[in-house]
Design a protein around this ligand. Structure first.
Ligand SMILES: [Fe+2]
Ligand SMILES: [Fe+2]
Length: 239
């Protein structure tokens, strides 16, 4: 067996294990309507000149949400609900960017209700979606705290959807980020967001100008999980 066959087999075994561990997430991920709303809202946010909010973004957010809660030893059912929230968290953008966390929570309620998800589980998911955005969001549960950290840390070059000549400050800052890593320390009392910024495209000061509120929400979310939040840009500890 060559290497590629091996990794394909490992991937499908991993996929089967994930389906057993996270059954709701797997079902929601295959839900056509949910996928359609995610893609459509990305078109709407792109038209507003925003960075990528589509399937690539929700996948990064789900992976990071899982990393945080798995590392902190959360049980599989809680991670399953958190992954579902991560997948659906931005669908409200299809209604309007303003208050998209609340409209998205109501849309998710409808989808989950139609799927027959128990009310206690739906409650956890819509609570996290409705609280994920800076401005009105508060890390009221462990799921919502993990979702905030996963979402607000997704800054990367590949999120930029505009031509360079049309870059605004958000595009410049996202474009400048060539590496981004979220890591919990071994003692499980700290979480680090490490970014590498190519300063030809964005200044570190620009990052703060647009992301200060988000980083403060991350700090609050981390604290609610018993973690101290650290932001490191180009090896410099800034928070
Ligand atoms: Fe959002
Ligand atoms: Fe998001």
């Amino acid at each position: 067996m060559d290497h590629s066959e091996n990794s394909e087999q490992e991937k499908s075994e991993q996929g089967r294990a994930d389906q057993e561990r996270f059954p709701l997430f797997e079902k929601v991920r295959r839900n056509e309507a949910a996928r359609m709303y995610i893609e459509a809202q990305n078109q709407a946010t792109k038209a507003l000149g925003y960075t990528e909010h589509g399937l690539a973004h929700v996948k990064v957010v789900a992976d990071r949400t899982r990393y945080i809660l798995e590392t902190l030893g959360e049980e599989d059912h809680v991670i399953d609900l958190a992954l579902t929230a991560a997948w659906l968290h931005d669908i409200g953008n299809i209604i309007n960017r303003v208050d998209h966390s609340q409209s998205g929570a109501l849309m998710a309620f409808q989808i989950l209700n139609e799927m027959g998800v128990p009310a206690a589980d739906t409650a956890q998911i819509i609570c996290a979606i409705g609280n994920h955005d800076e401005g009105s969001g508060v890390p009221v549960t462990r799921i919502s705290a993990a979702l905030i950290l996963a979402d607000k840390s997704d800054v990367r070059r590949s999120r930029v959807q505009q031509q360079e000549s049309d870059f605004d400050i958000h595009d410049r800052v996202n474009y400048s980020v060539t590496e981004s890593q979220l890591k919990i320390n071994q003692e499980h009392n700290g979480i680090k967001l490490k970014l590498h910024i190519d300063t030809r495209y964005g200044e570190i000061g620009d990052y703060f100008r647009i992301f200060m509120e988000r980083m403060l929400l991350c700090k609050q979310a981390a604290k609610s999980l018993g973690l101290e939040f650290h932001l490191i840009i180009n090896e410099m500890p800034l928070m």
